[in-house]
Design a binder for this molecule. Structure first.
Ligand code: AHN
Ligand code: ZN
Length: 330
């Protein structure tokens, strides 16, 4: 064994002496500086995670379909993360109904103090109140894009993180009861009846010492030719994060998706995370530019928000951009 060591050392010395130009190469430093390669986001896998959710039926709080889908999402997150939990809560809707909510949380590299938060809502809207046919306004939606897509992308990211550990800590939170806001006909109830799960989590952190450097919310990230504009609250609270994510998306070639155009203020889950927890959080949300401002994707809150509207190229653009953000983060 010792002889082998001497032979090896002699060889090393010889090679070092033999090439004067390479003498300065700091071999050890190169090894320690090496970053984990960015994994390939698999959009077929993300698509399947959306199909699975939609197959349960509409995921409306206080229904069996909602409970069954919660179990599915929790089981997947438990498989892929280091620790997973369900934060159960009760909340009151605009109509005084008491809703049983479940925020589903998975943590990766829990020992690492350098963390980022990724989130999406997993419940679906009980009313298709923007459907062209008024007969459908009381019917619940499939929510393939609005609900399903953000969860699908994040479950695939969870699967990738499990396969190859990034240099930072990551927490994934699936917020419940985002979409139980008052129907179009009752808008006078105001906007604070949206995002009830994220409001609950922000006021009752699953870990009282929880901190993250920043957060990224996904909402409606699966439709064909989706455009992600610079949403108002994201720019107000986390402009630097938004610019970093958009720049990476553009560098990867997803220039048609990540547009540097300003949009209005959306009362989405990130608003509450920003205002209550102070974690600077952006919203990657599909918004269309219009002369009068910006609007949601075409099938928003209609019975048309179905699986056939989901496009793997859009899932790939969002998923690969997020994986790059995660694995390039220091
Ligand atoms: C409001 O329209 C007040 N909030 C939209 C947030 C949302 C609903 N995202 C998806 N569904
Ligand atoms: Zn919605």
């Amino acid at each position: 064994m010792k002889n082998l060591f001497y032979i090896f050392s002699a060889l090393l010395l010889l090679s070092a002496c033999g090439d004067n130009t390479k003498k300065q190469t700091p071999t050890r430093k190169t090894i320690t500086k090496q970053q984990v390669a960015v994994p390939e986001f698999n959009s077929d896998s993300a698509y399947m995670f959306i199909e699975k959710q939609v197959a349960f039926g509409p995921r409306v709080p206080n229904t069996i379909e909602h409970a069954n889908c919660a179990q599915f999402i929790y089981d997947k997150l438990k498989d892929y993360s280091d620790t997973a939990l369900i934060q159960n809560f009760k909340t009151r809707a605009y109509n005084n109904e008491v809703l049983n909510g479940k925020n589903i949380i998975g943590s990766f590299n829990p020992e690492n103090g350098n963390r980022i938060l990724l989130c999406a809502h997993w419940d679906t809207r009980p009313y298709a109140d923007y459907d062209l046919d008024p007969d459908n306004h009381q019917k619940p939606i499939d929510g393939a894009n609005d609900g399903g897509s953000g969860v699908g992308v994040l479950l695939e990211i969870a699967r990738q993180i499990n396969l190859s550990k990034p240099g930072i800590g990551v927490d994934i939170i699936f917020f419940d009861v985002e979409d139980y806001g008052p129907p179009q006909e009752l808008q006078m109830y105001g906007s604070n009846f949206w995002g009830l799960g994220s409001q609950y989590w922000s006021q009752n952190l699953h870990d009282p010492d929880y901190v993250a450097r920043y957060g990224i919310l996904l909402d409606m990230v699966g439709a064909t030719d989706a455009t992600f504009l610079m949403e108002g609250h994201s720019m107000l609270y986390a402009a630097g994060i938004l610019k970093k994510v958009w720049t990476i998306g553009n560098r990867l070639g997803y220039t048609q998706y990540f547009l540097f155009d300003s949009a209005g203020y959306i009362d989405d889950d990130h608003k509450y995370v920003n205002e209550i927890t102070k974690i600077p959080t952006i919203d990657i949300i599909h918004l269309e530019s219009e002369s009068s401002g910006s609007s949601f994707f075409e099938h928003w809150h209609t019975l048309g928000d179905t699986m056939d509207k989901i496009d793997k190229e859009t899932l790939k653009a969002v998923g690969q951009t997020l994986l790059t953000v995660i694995y390039e983060e220091k």
